[in-house]
Ligand binder design. Structure first.
Ligand SMILES: Cc1cc2nc3c(=O)[nH]c(=O)nc-3n(C[C@H](O)[C@H](O)[C@H](O)COP(=O)(O)OP(=O)(O)OC[C@H]3O[C@@H](n4cnc5c(N)ncnc54)[C@H](O)[C@@H]3O)c2cc1C
Length: 536
């Protein structure tokens, strides 16, 4: 795929106005993107829309892990873990440029779980459940060996540590890759398009009213089936649903300088306060720490971390890394996401609730899918695809199990040969193909850094706009580049210059540029509110 831009989007909107579809997927998080990919790969005429950007919902606010969920073994959820481990292994094989192995250390302390014996058994099972054995096997470390690997972890009460492997990804870019692959397979996709209502013929859903959130225009599209993959917004589209399907909980993450903690690996810690698992994950020079799990009843469009959430995570890290002395001022960025958890005993799902996700078929034909994980999206999408193919009388198997996803791994030299220093080349290597970067190097300052101290270059803004359908300043800085998370001002200082560049490519007038800047500053401010709560 080369061009995937505002122009592509405009052409796709025109097709949505005029062409009938077999399937309209509502929601461009990982689940909707996965369903659109599965459906397009089966040859079904497919459309996909998101009211904001791809991955602007929960799918861009995760722990960025592709994992089986070792902790679920504590609750004997073997089926769930086996399924996730298999999908993890498939992603490692099919998406090597996006999903990478991650060594984990999980210390066992005498004064808090998990117990040494349970942990060792859990790790044995975790390895056992992986069929492909793609990742290195687990090992057990004595307290001394554990401290050799992680010199900063507390020694007192340390009973040993397990070493095992899972995988990490950039969640927003994974979603984007799935959307782009859906488009390559023929899906007609657009971000910033909201479904405002469903159209019915003879009591059956037959399409939807859409609104282009950039221009404000509204129009209708027709589809034989509509798939509701709207995450925590699921109930908004389900008519006549007496009890809500979901009970969202909030989970937050913080980024802190890794040097402050001194961790070398990813760690799964146990919080002394409540026995929950808290991850500390390497993210370049930063450590990503998460997550919390608290009930949430507020507006799903306004979910941000608060001071209490942040304090909980800092406390958990300080317990195991006593020399870190982390405080709120060390936090570079924080974000919050909502888990679309199924309300137990609520509406009956077609699939077994213990599988962690559910597919609902309403009387009007609307198909809804929710729950699951970033990791298991493909398998969830396959189930929906099977259902759609049956209902449409177009039987056939899913084609995504062995289908490559995202960029392949390219040698570092290919980027250094373009004239980039090693740090920048390493950064680019994680995201793009060399020829993709090369295509845009003729633009002014393309190879120059956006922020002197960081390896982000202007060419990435151009790629985001021209090849990744970024439509707003937030699309670029939050989800395509991620500078929002990596700078302590959330990128506000450079936002003006970035907006100018995007505006140049998209033809923004000064009013639009100003609006984009204000919206971005508001977003940054909302995500910094925990500092104010703290008196910081
Ligand atoms: C804190 C946290 C950490 C997590 N960490 C991990 C992890 O490390 N690994 C893992 O595998 N899983 C993880 N998960 C689970 C995983 O992130 C979610 O299960 C998954 O992202 C849900 O995806 P989704 O597509 O259902 O929802 P979403 O990503 O929220 O997508 C729904 C989309 O629908 C759109 N939408 C809503 N209404 C409309 C409308 N009317 N018209 C058009 N579009 C609409 C929204 O804008 C949104 O983009 C985590 C979850 C949380 C909360």
């Amino acid at each position: 795929m080369t061009e995937f831009s505002a122009r592509t989007r405009a052409a796709n909107l025109e097709r949505m106005r005029t062409e009938p579809f077999d399937v309209l997927v509502v929601g461009g998080g990982i689940v909707g993107a996965g369903v659109a990919r599965d459906s397009a790969c089966r040859g079904l005429a497919t459309a996909l829309v998101d009211q904001r950007d791809f991955a602007a919902g929960t799918s861009g606010k995760t722990s960025r892990l592709v994992h089986g969920g070792l902790r679920y073994l504590r609750n004997y959820r073997f089926g769930l873990v086996r399924r996730a481990v298999r999908e993890r292994d498939l992603l490692l094989r099919n998406a090597p440029g996006l999903v990478r192995p991650l060594p984990f250390l999980i210390p066992a302390y005498r004064d808090r779980g998990p117990g040494r014996v349970i942990l060792r058994f859990g790790l044995f099972l975790y390895d056992f459940l992986s069929q492909e054995k793609t990742l290195p096997r687990r090992s057990w470390l004595s307290p001394t060996e554990a401290r050799q690997r992680e010199p900063q972890i507390a020694l007192e009460g340390l009973a040993g540590a397990g070493m095992y492997h899972d995988a990490w990804t950039d969640d927003s870019r994974l979603v984007l890759a799935v959307v782009q692959d859906a488009a390559t397979a023929g899906a007609v996709v657009a971000n910033h398009v909201r479904v405002e209502g469903l159209n019915r013929t003879g009591g059956r859903v037959a399409g939807a009213q859409l609104r282009d959130m950039i221009s404000g225009d509204s129009f209708t599209t027709s589809a034989r089936f509509v798939v509701n993959a709207t995450g925590v917004w699921l109930d908004d589209l389900r008519a006549g649903q007496a009890t809500p399907t979901l009970r969202p909980t909030k989970g937050i993450h913080i980024n802190v300088p890794r040097a402050k903690i001194g961790n070398r690996h990813a760690l799964a810690l146990t919080a002394r306060r409540d026995g929950r698992v808290v991850f500390v994950l390497p993210w370049g020079d930063l450590a990503l720490v998460g997550t919390t799990d608290t009930d949430y009843r507020g507006d799903p469009n306004q979910v941000v971390p608060d001071a209490g959430d942040v304090a909980y995570l800092l406390e958990a890290v300080n317990e195991t890394f006593p020399a870190a002395h982390l405080g709120p001022d060390d936090v570079i960025s924080a974000y919050a996401g909502l888990r679309p958890l199924l309300r137990r005993g609520g509406a009956k799902a077609e699939t077994d609730i213990s599988r962690d996700h559910a597919i609902f078929e309403d009387r009007d034909g609307l198909v809804s899918i929710t729950g699951g994980k970033l990791t298991t999206h493909r398998a969830m999408a396959e189930e929906v695809g099977d259902l759609l193919a049956r209902r449409l009388g177009r039987p056939g198997a899913s084609a995504t199990r062995d289908r490559p996803l995202g960029p392949s791994n390219h040698p570092l030299e290919a980027f250094m040969d373009l004239g980039f220093d090693e740090e920048t080349a390493l950064h680019l290597q994680r995201r793009y193909a060399p020829e993709q970067v090369q295509r845009h190097l003729g633009a002014p300052s393309a190879a120059e850094r956006i922020v002197t101290a960081m390896p982000y270059t202007w060419v990435e803004v151009d790629i985001a706009v021209l090849e990744e359908m970024a439509m707003t300043l937030g699309d670029v800085l939050v989800r395509r580049l991620g500078l929002f998370y990596e700078t302590s001002d959330q990128g506000v200082r450079i936002a003006g210059a970035v907006a100018e560049r995007i505006g140049g490519l998209l033809g923004w007038d000064s009013q639009r540029t100003e609006r984009e800047l204000r919206a971005y500053e508001d977003l940054a401010k909302a995500h910094q509110a925990f500092r104010v709560d703290h008196g910081g």
